[in-house]
Write a protein that binds this ligand. Structure first.
Ligand code: LER
Ligand code: MN
Length: 270
């Protein structure tokens, strides 16, 4: 298991659950100083990033790219993979495709979180799930061409109404053609939706590709009331090898949140 930390480059997402905010250079420097192995970047779009700049920052600080988030597709550009407008669905797929192609050469996956959207407003659940399946089939194939997985993240009920639990998300992924689409399990969402977080992680099993490491209040692990012991035990016993990434509020400030995350990571996983 390797610790990662989030960097947001999206002004419209201020107030959101990301540790570092100011710039890629600053975020990478602080991530390395705290002892993280990797950064998870949340950009405005793939074209807003510079491949060469990122490569040299990662080399300079001996960091990896853990994953790239697509949330700005929704937060900033209002694109959803299940929008009732076919043109918006196409633009949403194109937005994620560019992120997959950007992150692929770094060996990193893109994340589908809030861009999954929701059913309602005249669109039945079945129709939304069909659109989601179509999008994931296409994006999973694109990730395969880049020799990386694609991460799909179940969200809590206040952010989606499609697939909120690992059990239903895993069954859904099993129906798709590409088998490189893995689950991103976010402990904050799971604290709301899962009856038993450790059991849900075990159910994700070999489809668990990434973990968002957040306490009950979306602060660093140890700052809320999630019982982390059985969760850590589940991850260790599954021999989970991927990233444990702090997608958390920068509270009381970014450095204190990063420091608490590393202390918790070492306490539970090393
Ligand atoms: C994205 O990883 C996520 O967890 C959503 O809640 C959007 O912030
Ligand atoms: Mn998350």
């Amino acid at each position: 298991m390797k610790p990662a930390v989030t960097i947001s480059l999206v002004n419209e997402a201020r107030g959101g659950p990301f540790v570092f905010w100011d710039s890629l250079a600053e975020g990478c420097a602080r991530a390395a100083a705290h002892g993280f192995s990797a950064v998870e970047i949340f950009p405005s779009s793939a074209s807003a990033l510079d491949q060469k700049e990122l490569k040299s920052l990662l080399e300079l600080h001996e960091l990896k790219l853990a994953a790239i988030g697509s949330g700005a597709g929704w937060v900033k550009h209002k694109l959803r993979l299940t929008d009732s407008d076919a043109a918006i669905r196409r633009d949403a797929i194109a937005f994620v495709t560019e992120l997959i192609d950007f992150a692929g050469p770094f060996g990193a996956p893109a994340i589908i979180g809030s861009m999954q959207g929701r059913w309602g407003d005249g669109v039945p659940r079945e129709q939304s799930l069909n659109w989601l399946a179509e999008a994931l089939n296409e994006l999973g194939e694109r990730a395969k061409k880049n020799h990386v997985p694609l991460l799909y993240e179940p969200l809590n009920r206040y952010e989606t109404n499609l697939l909120m639990r690992v059990s239903e998300a895993r069954s859904f992924l099993d129906t798709l053609e590409p088998q490189n689409i893995l689950l991103l399990c976010d402990l904050f969402h799971m604290n709301i939706e899962e009856p038993d977080i450790a059991a849900a992680l075990r159910l994700a099993g070999n489809k668990l590709g990434h973990v968002h490491f957040a306490d009950s209040n979306r602060q660093a692990i140890g700052f809320g009331h999630t019982d982390i012991a059985p969760i850590a035990e589940a991850l260790r016993s599954m021999n989970y090898q991927n990233y444990i990434s702090a997608e958390i509020l920068p509270l009381p400030d970014s450095d204190a949140a990063a420091k608490q995350t590393i202390l918790s990571f070492r306490k539970w996983f090393s």
